[in-house]
Write a new protein. Sequence first.
Length: 276
Amino acid sequence: MELFVTDLDGTLINSKREVPKRSLEILNKLIEKGVNFTVATARTPATAVEILQDLNLKLPVALMNGVLIYDTKELKYIDIKGIEKEAVNKVLDIFKEYNKNPLVYGVKDNHLWVYHKEFENIYEYNFYKERADKKLKTFVRVEDYNNSLKESNIINFVAFDNYEKIKAIAEKIKCIEGITVNYYKDVYEDCYFLEAYSSEASKANGIKYLSKYIEYSKVICFGDNLNDIPMFELANEAYATANAAEEIKKIAADVIGSCEDNGVAEFLEERFKNKY
């Protein structure tokens, strides 16, 4: 049985940050016919649920690069890969060393909390502005991280800045046991984006977790950026969108249409045209 898994930003959704109407029509028809289709994204429930509200998914999704397995219909956390407290403190020390204040994500009482200090640049503010009014996530401004984080299961660190600073911070965080760190050019902003989370989490491990819900023998995935590499390495077939990073195109089985042109949905429509 085949399992199809797509990334969201730069892959399934367009520059308006929505699933195009034509993609929705194609995908809902295929899901209804029995195609096993789901999502693995760096996004949190707060924005992913809204983006996916018109897509009739029947499987849980892997969010925050596999940190979370989430039921988008029941609005429920199924699995959480938290960061050990000692590692949390080490990551905070590195950010402090570089005079950088991250956004720190934690789960408490089936709700997502984002702890932050005063925003340092427009990229952080824009990130906050897009997400601030979401019912599944609450931003909390703090004076001291350590005291504020005590009661939450910390799952993720996020930061935006120039390439040099982000790279330097990431290289230091890489040395902490139990932590995975990614950094890459932001899809929407002219800056670099860093995320750090438990090394037990990845889009690939999120897909493996889905074996509890479906017995699949083949994984076909779609992506556009460096955080999709673990998923590409796991997959039997991996396809990059036309707008994908060159590193992703190089390891893909093929390049499909762009996220602006319903690339994922039209690929699947063509694949199943003689079956349904």
